[in-house]
Design a protein around this ligand. Structure first.
Ligand code: RB5
Length: 142
């Protein structure tokens, strides 16, 4: 499974932490930036991620900005992207079970690193339920 990660400056530290965690777990990880703490615009990184996922160059994306909100909004403007802001453990599970999110999002200024790692594991361990949820996902892009 190939996972892409990206963030703006406000998400840099958490994005790097997530990237290193995923590499240690044995995933192939592509880091789409940002690479330093210079101020950048989060829509640019949401767009880079959307391109990577829609071209099937990565199976899952992880996005981080300060709150996770702006970068989620932009990512979800791309048809075919289902970006979910994992603000709780329950939401991390449901984002896979019901939404089959292809991008998961975190807030670098609002979330604890250990909570984020737990939510990534919960998301990866959960299974998409399909059925009526697949039908609803299909409606998202119509
Ligand atoms: C950047 O200062 C900040 O606005 C951004 O990271 C994000 O939180 C926007 O939603």
């Amino acid at each position: 499974m190939k996972i892409a990660v990206a963030s703006d400056h406000a998400g840099l530290e958490l994005k790097n932490f997530i990237r290193d965690f995923l590499k240690e777990k044995g995933f192939e990880v592509a880091d789409l930036g940002t690479k330093n703490d210079c101020s950048v615009d989060y829509p640019v990184y949401a767009d880079k991620m959307a391109a990577q996922i829609l071209a099937r160059k990565a199976d899952l994306g992880v996005l981080v900005c300060g709150t996770g909100i702006g970068i989620s909004i932009r990512a979800n403007r791309h048809k075919g992207i289902r970006a979910a802001l994992l603000y709780s453990d329950d939401v991390a599970v449901m984002a896979k079970k019901h939404n089959n999110a292809n991008v998961i999002v975190f807030g670098g200024r609002t979330m604890d690193k250990n909570d984020v790692i737990k939510r990534i594991e919960l998301f990866l361990d959960a299974e998409f339920e399909g059925g009526r949820h697949q039908e609803r996902i299909d409606l998202l892009d119509k």
